[in-house]
Design a binder for this molecule. Structure first.
Ligand SMILES: N[C@@H](CCC(=O)N[C@@H](CS)C(=O)NCC(=O)O)C(=O)O
Length: 232
């Protein structure tokens, strides 16, 4: 049987969505934390050689000699490999992929950037960028909440799919992005947090030692108890 190895980093919601699916599924794999503060050329092997020709980023997944990059593409591979989370039938996979493409262009753009701009690197964002990202977030999270407002447990219905894992990438850092989660999205995030194998991103992505963040807001969402998700 070919071995699965996932490379990721604790500040990476793109890594989180992939590792979360793998942990919830219970699949056997090895995890390697890559120090992305190192220049790409200085990162340890085999990650350096595997990643440099293919965008240079985490997450990266190997399955034997096969290499997979881009978080949502990795989710598609895993769903088909596991024949689960949407990968068990063509129609479910097509519907899940609609959400993966939506996520990457919409909430997967504004939410990570609001987090970077407000919590880590404000100096890198030009005047007006945060307001623009916030307006994008308001529209995108509104669309997401509307989808869930009929009370369905997960995006595609009763069962969790890769669409949910993709959308969950940065949601538990809403406090660091200083954004609110509408009630249906919060309820959905809590539902995911009750799944066996779920952990907050830093614990999930740094399993061997507690990870210490360097942002302005160090903590993550207190998902089960936090009544208000706005952090000033
Ligand atoms: N579109 C990519 C984005 C991946 C990405 O932005 N990775 C970041 C961490 S979240 C990274 O590797 N940064 C370090 C680098 O670019 O060298 C995906 O979906 O996987």
């Amino acid at each position: 049987m070919k071995k699965l190895v996932l490379y990721g980093h604790p500040e990476s919601g793109h890594s989180y969505k992939v590792k979360l699916l793998m942990d919830v599924s219970g699949i056997d794999y090895e995890y390697q934390l890559v120090d992305i503060d190192l220049a790409r050329e200085d990162r340890p092997e085999p990650f350096r050689s595997l990643s440099l020709p293919r965008f240079g980023e985490v997450p990266l997944l190997t399955h034997g000699d096969d290499v997979y990059v881009q978080s949502n593409a990795i989710l598609c591979f895993l769903a088909q490999h596991l024949e689960s989370f949407g990968g068990q039938d063509g129609n479910a996979m097509a519907r899940a992929m609609e959400w993966l493409f939506w996520e990457h262009n919409k909430i997967g753009l504004c939410l990570p950037h609001l987090r970077l701009a407000r919590n880590f690197f404000p100096e890198q964002y030009p005047v007006g960028a945060i307001e623009w990202l916030q307006s994008r977030y308001d529209a995108d999270v509104g669309r997401f909440a509307k989808e869930l407002s009929d009370g369905r447990p997960f995006i595609l219905g009763d069962a969790i799919s890769i669409a949910d894992f993709s959308l969950a990438g940065y949601v538990y850092w809403a406090n660091q992005a200083e954004v609110e989660l509408p009630a249906p999205v919060l309820a959905w995030a809590k539902r995911i947090a009750r799944l066996p194998g779920w952990k907050l991103p830093y614990a999930l992505l740094s399993p061997e030692r507690p990870y210490v963040s360097y942002g302005k807001i160090l903590g993550e969402l207190d998902i089960m108890t936090e009544p208000s998700l706005v952090v000033a």
